[in-house]
Design a binder for this molecule. Sequence first.
Ligand SMILES: O=C(O)C(=O)C[C@]1(C(=O)O)C=C[C@@H](O)C=C1
Length: 276
Amino acid sequence: MKNTVAIQGIQGSFHHIVADNYFANSLEVLPCETFDALVSQLLEGKTDIAVMAIENSIAGSIIPNYALIDTNDLQIVGEYYLDIQHHLMALEGQSISDIKEVHSHPMALLQCKEFFKMHPHIKLVEARDTADVARKISEENITGIGAIASEKASGLFGLPIVAESIQTIKHNETRFVIIQKINPEKSEDESKNKASLKFELSSKRGSLATVLNVMSDCRLNLTKIQSLPIIATPWKYSFFVDVTFEAYSDFEKAKSLLNLMAENFKVLGVYKNARL
Ligand SMILES: O=C(O)C(=O)C[C@]1(C(=O)O)C=C[C@@H](O)C=C1
């Protein structure tokens, strides 16, 4: 039997496409209804690895996923950028005027907001997974409801596409991270050239600027910064930062300096930059 990889959603979801591409179809997918369920599968040892969407070029960061990785002490071991083409699909014979409601994942609905402004008769309803809506419409023969999902889902569930590539911007990408439980025995590999870091700062003047200067002095290139409220201490924030680097020694130097300067400094993962 093949080993498994946990994904959010079912077969035909964008997570499924990423799992197949990243692991070259070598792992069987373990579908999870929610991101919380996906993390539980890892923590309970039901699988060793999972794929998790983290940010989208139109809709932005999936903020709760940063907290899920951090609070559960998970480790990022890879990343994958997927070109996301959302298609509107419904039962055979249904046209756009027959569709009264469209159900989909909240991130997918956000990415297609402009399209639905042109079709105000359609009510948008949040669902757990793009592909699962397509499956349900097909299996239960539901008319009047459309799904926004991948071409793969359309093929798998035999739902014709009513409107193609309906996302607001044609070039739409989601970044996914590959996560696992921290493996203390695995040493950091020097061929890696990207890292995800987390730290907290006091609101003292210049504290963030000082940290960013250290990164720059150590030749780290900042590719993303995201702040998140620390819920136990209202109005205090933690920072999630992604950096790329050419020399691993530069990263090591920055790491030891940041460890001294920032509160609760943590490396969430060191991996290969998938964006060249
Ligand atoms: O519902 C799916 O098919 C998913 O894989 C989820 C998800 C997400 O979580 O952002 C993945 C990529 C797209 O950006 C939209 C939805």
